[in-house]
Design a protein. Sequence first.
Length: 126
Amino acid sequence: MAKFVVYEKVSESIYKNFIDKNTVSSGMNTTVNLGSGLIAGFAAAIVSQPADTMLSKINKTKGLPGEGTTSRLIKIAKELGLRGSYSGIGARLFMVGTLTAGQFAIYGDIKKVSFDLCTCSLLERS
């Protein structure tokens, strides 16, 4: 959900400040979709990294007898600290950023085509 919000805000800002949406070429439109998707992917990776790091740690280590999941998570969070919870962020930024950029390049093109189809059908009915 956050990816879509960031994507929409970034592409909206690009079209508002730098590019005329009405005269943009399809290649530039795809470029805007890729760039907006890349930033959305970075945001998603940064937001989800601490939880994924803790999930990875909890799956790798066994808890003490009688130790609950919540107490294990608290213990792992204390051991990792803020800096440790972002270990491996570079690889994750690359992976999630590029994957999300590709997804939003496709999404943006589909969105534009469907908008154009809706506009055409509304104009034909008038």
